[in-house]
Design a protein around this ligand. Structure first.
Ligand code: GDP
Length: 167
């Protein structure tokens, strides 16, 4: 099954999105060798295709970690394990330095990424998405994880990348 990882700063809405995307089978996966933190996995079925979703927000930052170190660790995990990355950013806060650095890591990895600009509850005005073009990761998508808006378009982006029935 393709593994889809959700990456982003704390508080951008990763777990809210995860819960929207997740099916019934949510499980905590215990540390495996070479992986330092537990990850939260869910199995999701979209349009008859099964995916594993990983919420990298499940990585607890060590207390002495800076935000940037935490995000690097998240991105690293996603780059190593994911077939597709959903990079969640906060449309209310705008682009931050940490977003830009993670964007660079993801770009260099060559992994397929979609930038999901969250908290755009009012989809009439999606202008906050434009500054996220700077990440160089393609067209950012406006979503509201809380209100379930833009989720269909987001899933289309993911599924488009896996055109064949996988397993
Ligand atoms: P995480 O730390 O990235 O997993 O973020 P959470 O999912 O815990 O969400 C952080 C905060 O943002 C919570 O208070 C959520 O209610 C809020 N939030 C998440 N998604 C949205 C959204 O689409 N719109 C708004 N307005 N708030 C949101």
């Amino acid at each position: 099954k393709p593994i889809v990882a959700i990456v982003g700063r704390p508080n951008v809405g990763k777990s809210t999105l995860f819960n929207k995307l997740a099916g019934k089978k949510v499980s905590i996966v215990k540390d495996t060798p070479g992986v330092t933190r537990d990850r939260i996995y869910a199995e999701a079925e979209w349009l008859n295709r099964t995916f594993s979703i990983v919420d990298t927000g499940g990585i607890e930052p060590k207390t002495h970690d800076t935000l940037l170190q935490y995000m690097r660790q998240q991105a690293q995990l996603a780059i190593e394990t994911a077939d597709f990355v959903i990079f969640v950013v906060d449309g209310k806060c705008g682009l931050t330095d940490a977003d830009a650095e993670v964007g660079t890591m993801l770009r260099r990895s060559g992994k397929p990424v979609v930038v999901a600009v969250n908290k755009l509850d009012n989809m009439q005005d999606i202008s906050p998405i434009y500054e996220f073009y700077e990440l160089g990761l393609g067209d950012p998508l406006a979503i509201s994880a809380e209100q379930g808006k833009g989720i269909g378009d987001l899933l289309d982006e993911v599924i488009r990348f896996f055109p064949d029935e996988t397993e």
